[in-house]
Design a binder for this molecule. Structure first.
Ligand code: 4NP
Length: 156
């Protein structure tokens, strides 16, 4: 759980086994590289896979680029997340809509689309669950771009 005096980021997708754990692993590694102290976590708006490790396809593409997702464990978004995290970063517009339904209006400003931090034609990180290998590579490409943009913003 994030402590109040630490900068903290929660990444959110639907299942918390593909996109948001990838974002967690990538962002944490990039933050460590630049010496940014930040608490990072991820969660899903749905609870289908609670307790599971990230999808093997996500783990495999991440591992090839040096990110270890094997120790992450799926959890669902909790109402306290909106108080405990400074930034709640969603992968797609459906996640944003679901999060806003759970979040008190005065904390809606914490919710942002991850791709808003990237210079990209993509506004969302697309759900790869029913896609082939290319979908998982694309997810990692987009997450690396957005993570760089978010780091730049946070170190300012
Ligand atoms: P994620 O992908 O939201 O990126 O973790 C999905 C994972 C599981 C399911 C859908 C999307 N599912 O329907 O089980």
């Amino acid at each position: 759980m994030a402590e109040k005096d630490n900068l903290s980021v929660l990444f959110v997708c639907l299942g918390n086994i593909c996109r948001s754990p990838t974002a967690e692993g990538v962002f944490l590694k990039k933050a460590e590289k630049v010496g940014l102290e930040v608490v990072v976590d991820s969660a899903g708006t749905a609870g289908y896979h609670v307790g599971a490790a990230p999808d093997n396809r996500s783990q495999n593409v991440a591992q090839k680029r040096g990110y270890d997702l094997s120790k992450l464990q799926c959890r669902k978004v909790e109402p306290t997340d909106f108080e405990n995290f400074d930034h709640v970063i969603a992968m797609d517009n459906e996640n944003v809509a679901n999060l806003k339904q759970m979040c008190p209006p005065e904390l809606h400003h914490k919710i942002r689309l991850f791709m808003s931090y990237a210079q990209s034609d993509y506004q969302e990180v697309p759900d790869p669950y029913y896609s082939g290998a290319k979908g998982f590579e694309l997810v990692l490409d987009l997450i690396e771009q957005a993570a760089d943009g978010l780091i730049l913003q946070l170190v300012k």
